[in-house]
Design a protein around this ligand. Structure first.
Ligand code: DX5
Ligand code: ZN
Length: 221
């Protein structure tokens, strides 16, 4: 596979919400590829964030890809609202979708990219039957619910395993990794097979967000 740069997706969760537009501009100016929006419902995960109304405001501030990560129970109820709000890609959790194949088809029928995320405790093999239908897989490297957690090392083996699986089934599928990414561990994650890195704390709490973004985006396999 030819070397290509890493996609960077700052997670707005770690931004200063009293200065939302400035935070988004910071990411846009740093050359970030996606704006990662973490949606939590206080049910699937033990935290509550924001809904389509805020995603719509974020989308109005940038031409970046709006990457919406639904950490919510029964996501089918809200997928359409998040698409209407301006999401370009919608990721649901495998653990929250009893009819995962149907949910993926539903997302695609709305004209946006479909992703599935798995928690650290969920094996990659649970994605086998839907892999060929996916635009992206979001591998969690922390237990979802909060920004600023420590990277769980077992994620690295899962990235490599998923990378092997996609070569057979769906080479164009993007592997994104979410949680505890730092300038220090990013290269290891990319080398294992990740194409896109979600970075909340590492980007927004960096003393030099543009420098951090440039370093991560320059990483290749
Ligand atoms: C965790 C979220 C992540 C989180 C990443 O539940 O899905 O996107 O915001 O934040 P950091 O990079 O601080 O781990
Ligand atoms: Zn996320």
């Amino acid at each position: 596979m030819p070397a290509r740069s890493t996609l960077l997706a700052p997670s707005i969760l770690s931004a200063d919400f009293t200065r939302l537009k400035e935070s988004i501009d910071l990411a846009t100016q740093a050359g970030a590829d996606w704006m990662h929006c973490d949606i939590m419902d206080g049910n699937f995960v033990p935290n509550i964030t924001f809904g389509p109304f805020i995603v719509q405001a974020i989308a109005a501030c940038t031409s970046m890809v709006i990457d919406t990560h639904l950490m919510i129970a029964d996501p089918d109820r809200y997928i359409e609202d998040f698409v209407k709000a301006g999401s370009h890609q919608i990721t649901v959790h495998q653990e929250a979708c009893p009819h995962l194949h149907r949910t993926i088809q539903f997302i695609k029928s709305l004209g946006v990219k479909a992703g599935v995320s798995i928690n650290p405790g969920t094996p990659v093999s649970t994605l086998e039957s839907v892999l060929q239908d996916l635009d992206l897989v979001l591998l969690m490297s922390v237990n979802p619910g909060f920004g600023g957690q420590k990277f769980i090392p077992s994620a690295v083996g899962k990235i490599a395993q998923l990378n092997e699986m996609r070569l057979q089934e769906n080479p164009g599928m993007v592997i994104a990794v979410d949680g505890g990414i730092t300038e220090e561990n990013a290269q290891m994650v990319v080398s294992a097979g990740a194409d896109a890195l979600i970075a909340g704390t590492a980007f927004f709490k960096s003393a030099d967000p543009a420098g951090t973004a440039a370093k991560i985006r320059a990483m290749t396999r």
